[in-house]
Design a protein around this ligand. Structure first.
Ligand SMILES: [Zn+2]
Length: 435
């Protein structure tokens, strides 16, 4: 059955255009009509392709607004994150992730890519169903109305030659074959439209080099996505060089982990050779600018990667901020801060990164996000300037796979998402002990 949406303005591949009719059948756009009469579901404002969140850890949302005392580093933050990870259970994770994904929908994300590594129970034993935590995430995305790419993450070591310790045992599988068996069982959630399972290598720290080819082969067999945290911290590069004599990128390349379905997450501290290797493989790079600045990671070489032909996408990662416009803007602004030059990325290029190349065109996903162009933030901006002026608070309507999820700024399926976030996070932190 075809549904018609009428957009006051729509961000088409050729640019923002007035009075556009978008016909949708199932989860796909079937027709785009210029100069369309005002009929069907009216979307006042500027309608963009749905934002794609290419890197998320839902439970990290609990850490937002709980700043550590004094100075710290990524590694100190990781200890705080581990304390939250230690107490989640499948029911609690489903409730928390539902509220987090509802926040994402309200912000204009229509797809979430969950880099899922919290597999086992708090004692480090497999649940009766070893995918209980993965099922919770699938259910959360369904409740919140988002498309989900669930990356089942391989995590076998606590560092180079180091066994998982403490809460890391919740992340681990016995060996790479056990990981593959568990991941395969999760693929029953594949439905061809809203849910897809992929693979992830947590990092070269957490997956021994000998196990990398098996993860790549599992992903390759059914053309699944393969993501990996890559060179987020110089310490990872140093440890990899000490253990293997090569950079993390070179190690992954040699193990067959780089290809057109590979996404390197962060890719912050790369050599020129690393950039070339990613480009040669046709790999993607997912930058998470608001997280990278929150954690003091550094500024990734977005311009160099783009110049080399690596396609860029964006993720909310640690959930310090859930706002696709802020991530898009930060891609450009961080380049400006580092290079003291403005305009490395055009507004169109920022939208391409923020939507992972989705377009309002026949055959494109029926994922629409409508922004208020008359808010105090967007008023007076040219439509082409909306990526540089709008925020998550300006998102009014969200359609995912042809179905309305947010209308007039209200989530259709999840009631009181802010109260739910507060309840779940308070319960989690009380359980964990005072921060
Ligand atoms: Zn991450």
């Amino acid at each position: 059955m075809t549904t018609r949406f009428w957009c006051e303005q729509a961000w088409l591949p050729e640019g923002p255009t007035d009075a556009v009719g978008i016909d949708v059948d199932g989860d796909v756009i079937t027709a785009v009509t210029l100069g369309a009469p005002r009929r069907g579901t009216v979307l006042p404002g500027l309608t963009l392709p749905g934002a794609v969140n290419r890197h998320s850890h839902a439970f990290h949302r609990a850490l937002r607004g709980h700043p550590a005392e004094g100075r710290g580093s990524f590694w100190a933050w990781r200890e705080a994150m581990y304390r939250v990870a230690a107490v989640l259970d499948p029911d609690g994770y489903r409730r928390l992730a539902t509220a987090v994904y509802a926040e994402m929908a309200l912000a204009g994300f229509t797809t979430v890519t969950e880099f899922h590594y919290l597999h086992r129970d708090p004692a480090g034993r497999p649940y009766a169903d070893p995918n209980a935590m993965g099922h919770a995430l699938v259910e959360a995305a369904r409740c919140a109305g988002l498309r989900l790419l669930l990356l089942d993450t391989c995590y076998l070591a606590g560092g180079f030659g180091v066994a998982p310790d403490g809460v890391q045992q919740r992340f681990a599988d016995t060996d790479v074959d056990a990981w593959a068996t568990r991941s395969q069982a999760l693929t029953t959630h594949d439905d061809g439209t809203r849910t897809r399972v992929g693979a992830a290598v947590h990092s070269v720290r957490a997956v021994p080099a000998a196990a990398l080819p098996a993860v790549a082969a599992w992903a390759e067999r059914d053309a699944r996505a393969l993501h990996v945290h890559l060179s987020e911290q110089p310490a990872e590069n140093d440890a990899c060089l000490a253990a293997h004599g090569v950079t993390p990128t070179a190690l992954l390349d040699g193990a067959g982990c780089l290809g057109p379905r590979t996404t390197a997450v962060h890719a912050t501290h790369l050599t020129a050779g690393d950039v070339t290797a990613l480009a040669r493989a046709g790999a993607h790079a997912c930058l998470c600018p608001t997280t990278e600045r929150d954690l003091g990671d550094g500024i990734g070489p977005a311009g160099q990667l783009a110049d080399a032909g690596v396609s860029l996408c964006l993720g909310s990662d640690g959930q310090t901020v859930i706002d696709p416009f802020e991530e898009m803007r930060a891609l450009e602004m961080h380049e400006r801060l580092r290079d003291r030059v403005r305009g490395r990325f055009t507004a169109r290029e920022l939208i391409v990164a923020g939507t992972d190349g989705a377009a309002l065109a026949p055959g494109g996903p029926a994922d629409l996000v409508t922004v208020d162009t008359g808010s105090v933030r967007t008023a007076g901006a040219r439509p082409l300037g909306v990526p540089l002026s709008a925020s998550a608070a300006d998102v009014r309507h969200v359609v995912v796979a042809g179905r309305t999820v947010v209308r007039d700024g209200v989530h259709h399926h999840v009631e009181r998402p802010a109260a739910r976030l507060a309840e779940e996070i308070t319960a989690l932190l009380d359980h964990r002990g005072a921060p």
